[in-house]
Design a protein around this ligand. Structure first.
Ligand code: NAP
Length: 303
């Protein structure tokens, strides 16, 4: 199947282009980006021009930041294209609901991807927890924003989500593996004096579940989730890629290279079946944190 990649920036080049190139299902037939391009692939700078020029490309994969993404997704669905969304699926919940309605009305696939759910150890962790009672859980997601979003001003502008841009990856794993739903009860958010989005957040959920997100960690990076049960302690390390039970490695490998190939394999299944896959649970918790959270101002941030 032919796919067009839209928004040729960091994640498109790091992960989408290699995943499509390695896929038996997909042919990268065009790109749309104001400045970016992929060598050897026809490129467009304007989305409307692309939609009119290449009607036989039935699928578009949108790698833009969340704020500008809705207009592209809406235009693609109205033009009869199936749509794959980078995470987070939108800037607001309501706009994603609007896309769901549009896709359903037209019999098109809408796939809101969560790449971290495809990490090696997430499915084994979910299977291990399925018959357990969770007594508490904690997320520690601390990384260096300068390393992962070099110079990307949009992450600190309203709609860019700030530290929830990586934090929502942790929440996508947690909401996938826990056997019961949870809801936010308390949040503390730290906003740099010169930024519109938080650089750190501490969250408390129902059921003794908590999370610590911080974008100021230099040196070793931490993407860990610990879940306590009467039957033992589960640790998911390295962003869901390594599973330990009571300190003993059980599954996974320390690499993220499988996540995007798995997303494109899933998109191929969905398009063939004319199904959609849109789970907004991780984004609901982020929206709740922005609604409920106590806000504290902290030091200005500069890249
Ligand atoms: P990025 O490099 O800053 O942006 C991707 C491209 O989108 C840009 O190169 C730009 O291309 C286009 N773009 C930016 N703002 C736009 C606007 N206002 N209107 C139209 N096009 C615009 O961002 P990214 O890091 O790839 O992240 C994109 C998405 O992927 C985000 O939702 C992010 O959460 C997700 N993601 C990122 C990473 C990561 O490691 N960075 C990992 C996983 C997921 P042109 O200038 O050529 O139009």
């Amino acid at each position: 199947m032919k796919v067009a990649l839209v928004g040729i920036g960091k994640i498109a080049l790091d992960q989408h282009v290699p995943a499509i190139a390695a896929s038996p299902d997909w042919d990268l037939a065009a790109t749309v980006s104001r400045n970016g391009a992929v060598a050897g692939v026809e490129s467009f700078q304007d989305f409307a021009t692309f939609l009119a020029a290449r009607p036989e490309i039935g699928v578009v994969s949108l790698c833009l930041p969340p704020l500008p993404r809705f207009d592209y997704a809406e235009a693609a669905l109205k033009a009869g294209r199936h749509v794959m969304l980078e995470k987070p699926p939108g800037a607001t919940l309501a706009e994603v609901h609007a896309l769901q309605t549009l896709a359903a009305e037209r019999g098109l696939t809408l796939y809101a991807t969560w790449h971290s759910r495809m990490a090696h150890a997430v499915a084994p962790a979910k299977a291990w927890l399925a018959d357990k009672t969770v007594t508490s859980a904690h997320i520690t997601w601390r990384e260096d924003v300068r390393k992962w979003h070099p110079g990307q001003d949009w992450v600190f502008k309203a709609g860019g989500m700030g530290v929830f841009d990586p934090g929502i990856n942790a929440l996508s794993i947690l909401t996938e593996i826990l056997p019961a739903p949870l809801h936010l009860t308390k949040a503390h958010l730290e906003f740099p004096a010169n930024c519109e989005t938080p650089i750190a957040a501490q969250l408390t959920f129902s059921g003794q579940v908590s999370a610590d997100f911080d974008w100021r960690q230099t040196g070793p990076q931490t993407w860990d989730i610990t879940v306590d049960t009467p039957q033992g302690k589960l640790d998911l390390r390295m962003g869901g890629n390594v599973l330990e039970i009571d300190g003993t490695a059980r599954a996974g490998q320390n690499t993220i290279m499988g996540e995007y190939p798995a997303l494109y394999a899933r998109m191929a299944e969905l398009v063939k079946a004319r199904h959609s896959d849109v789970d907004l649970a991780p984004m609901v918790h982020v929206a709740d944190a922005m609604t409920l959270g106590l806000r504290r101002q902290t030091d200005p941030f500069h890249f």
